[in-house]
Write a protein that binds this ligand. Structure first.
Ligand code: WT7
Length: 652
């Protein structure tokens, strides 16, 4: 089976290290010990609906649900009849007790400025922002695009939408004007919330300039709401652009939370698929909030006195589920940091952990590998003894990085939760429950209670222990996407058409003799760069949109730092000859069209792409070439790759 992750299965198989949860951790854990964990799993397996119903009752409902699940394959509706509001659950319900004056968000900007918002202060800000959105004409069901740096207003904007039943669509601030426009057009957003800019490595990211460029193509957007963050000189279009500080502070801090159906959409978030444009993954309130809240308790073992830090940007699902909705629904204190990990120096993250006494730290393998490269001395300068739990997400973590994380950051003391999930799953699906499950470096361990994950063949048959296969989920779960925005057919064909009766994740995995899952990465044409999924199609279309390019094929190559790096094979128009200057121009073009993440690490010009007789590009062969597979010989000067294809035609 093809694995894009470049994981060596043999070396994983030989991974014999195992770390039991420390006794003092178990003693205080939310799920303490194996027996309690097993009982939880058994209850969930015996009667999933009763189990998830019980979980959902941890939320505040305006009206109780009368039915837990309505499952019309492959469409699930959770908590039918229930009336709920996500912002109410993240804010108002904490105001009734001692959490009212607890810090909800501790924020630090890249230049070192900081703000603390208690639950009461955050609730007031969200209400004002919600009233401002109403003034701008936003109504229940309208889409609002959010294109912002990681400032408190980003979370406030999301919660303000949730409060009035508007559907937010956050677009990562690192995406280009083009990518922003595509997403706004698909969602038909009415309002776009942005900032004059954000800070990144001491420089401004000109978000508003990108918005101006994008909106030239987006007639649906009537108003923009602009936060002043960096104080740069930007153009405000009269009649369209409104300053946040001119409209929000003068609003009332009273804004009743809309009493919405549990199945009302909460947000869309665009993610890459194998073909065509990005998909608007749609999440609905009741199910999503149940899943994110429960996983805060099970996986992050959240307690009221924790300082919790998830380093993900708000533009990714991790920022949605585990910086905003999950932790705030659980009443946590969340640390948010705006900028780069190496500003002003390589120890910024450790400085933040020491300064704010962070106890739970959640980051990505790509960041961990970067820290290893920077060297231990940056870590050693700081007191990290406040940490008690570490998390990883976004891609498979290699055992070496895992061991470094445990020893150097966790002082051999903190459990690591390697959490497998996806934009589509809404919340964590496979992960150790840290007070119950011994961990093994490189394994996400076991599916959470109520999650029916399995490894199967393409025919849907379970594979034996140790065998690779397709990672599927057999039963619906509350956080699952409800559909692809305005494209139910694509929802069906993307997730429910490959393996009969199951949700197919797109990932390969194997399960060891202890029932632990080892994720092997994507099996399709998706590249995972620094924990972010990029569709090869999108990068290829960007390349082909350049005047000189005839055809392009992109694949991932294992990369020590980024997990995978983009390698582009390009044929040029009219037999044109490529040179380094053109390579640089094409790289710039991709950055402009999609964003810096998609920048091809390597570009190879070829006279023809290797194709099968039926015309399918032989990606597996390209992957082998890109990763320098020695069995192919030296292909670096081979100008016509279709020659290689003819030798291999029957394989693909
Ligand atoms: C893909 C989902 C989940 C938030 C960030 C990415 C890979 C994610 C792990 C992990 C191995 C992982 C998978 C998955 N992935 N977490 N712990 N171990 N692989 O969200 O952009 O929707 O990407 O990321 O390949 O399918 P996403």
């Amino acid at each position: 089976m093809a694995s894009d992750a470049g994981i060596d299965i043999e070396s994983l198989l030989s991974e014999a290290r195992s770390f039991a949860p420390p006794d003092d951790f178990v003693a205080h854990a939310n799920v303490h010990g194996r027996a309690e964990y097993d009982a939880l799993c058994k209850r969930a397996a015996d009667d999933p609906e009763a189990f998830w119903g019980e979980c959902a009752r941890n939320l505040d409902w305006f009206a109780p649900f009368s039915k837990v699940l309505d499952w019309q394959f492959p469409f699930a509706k959770w908590f039918i009849g229930g009336k709920i509001n996500a912002a109410y659950n993240c804010l108002d319900r904490h105001l009734k007790g001692p959490r009212r004056n607890k810090a909800a968000i501790i924020w630090e900007g890249e230049p070192g400025d900081s703000r603390v918002l208690t639950y009461q202060m955050l609730a007031d800000e969200v209400a004002r922002a919600a009233n401002a959105l109403k003034e701008l004409g936003v109504k229940d069901g309208d889409r609002v695009a959010i294109y912002m740096p990681l400032v408190p207003e980003a979370a406030i904007a999301m919660l303000a939408c949730a409060r009035i039943g508007a559907i937010h669509s956050v677009v990562f601030g690192g995406f280009s004007a083009e990518a922003l426009a595509d997403r706004i057009i698909d969602a038909e957003a009415k309002v776009c919330i942005t900032a004059d800019g954000g800070w990144r490595r001491g420089a401004h990211v000109d978000l508003k300039a990108n918005v101006d460029e994008a909106l030239a193509k987006c007639p649906s957007v009537e108003k923009t709401l602009v936060v002043r963050r960096v104080g740069s000189d930007i153009k405000m279009k009269s009649g369209r652009d409104v300053w946040w500080h001119e409209i929000v502070p003068r609003q009332s801090a009273q804004c009743a939370a809309a009493e919405l159906d549990s199945t009302h959409p909460l947000y869309t978030l665009y993610t890459s698929g194998t073909t065509g444009k990005p998909k608007g993954v749609l999440h609905t309130i009741g199910g999503y909030l149940t899943h994110t809240l429960m996983t805060m308790k099970w996986v992050f073992d959240l307690k009221d006195d924790d300082i919790y830090w998830c380093t993900a940007d708000i533009g990714w699902v991790t920022g949605h589920s585990y910086t905003v909705y999950g932790p705030l629904a659980a009443g946590a204190t969340v640390l948010m940091y705006e900028g780069a990990p190496n500003h002003p120096e390589n120890d910024r993250f450790w400085r933040l952990i020491e300064k704010y006494r962070v106890s739970i730290f959640y980051t990505a393998p790509t960041a961990i590998r970067t820290f290893i490269k920077w060297g231990d001395s940056w870590v050693k300068k700081h007191d990290l003894s406040s940490l008690r739990l570490l998390g990883s997400v976004g891609e498979p973590i290699n055992p070496e990085a895992w061991m470094w994380y445990r020893k150097t950051i966790g002082a051999d003391r903190c459990p690591i939760v390697d959490t497998w999930w996806q934009t589509e799953t809404g919340g964590i699906m496979i992960s150790p429950v840290p007070g119950a499950i011994p961990t093994k470096p490189g394994s996400a361990t076991r599916p959470l209670p109520g999650v029916a994950a399995e490894v199967v063949t393409r025919e849907g048959k379970p594979v034996e222990a140790g065998q690779g296969g397709m990672l599927v989920v057999r039963r619906p779960w509350p956080g699952m996407l409800s559909t692809i925005f305005r494209d139910p057919d694509r929802y069906k064909s993307s997730y429910f058409s490959q393996i009969e009766g199951c949700y197919f994740t797109g990932d390969g995995a194997r399960r060891d003799a202890d029932g632990y899952f080892w994720i092997m990465g994507r099996v399709d044409d998706v590249i995972n760069v620094s924990g972010h999924r990029l569709g090869t199609m999108e990068i290829e279309s960007a390349l082909v949109s350049h005047a000189t390019v005839a055809e392009a094929a992109c694949v991932g190559r294992p990369d020590e730092m980024k997990g995978q790096a983009v390698v582009a094979f390009v044929t040029l128009e009219g037999g044109r000859h490529g040179d380094d200057k053109l390579k640089e121009e094409l790289r710039k073009h991709v950055v402009k069209e999609i964003g810096a993440l998609a920048r091809p690490e390597e570009i190879r010009f070829t006279e023809a792409l290797p194709k099968t007789r039926s015309g399918k590009i032989m990606r597996r062969l390209l992957r082998q070439i890109a990763s320098g597979d020695e069995t192919l010989g030296d292909t670096s000067t081979l100008e016509d790759l279709s020659v290689l294809a003819r030798l291999r035609d029957d394989e693909e």
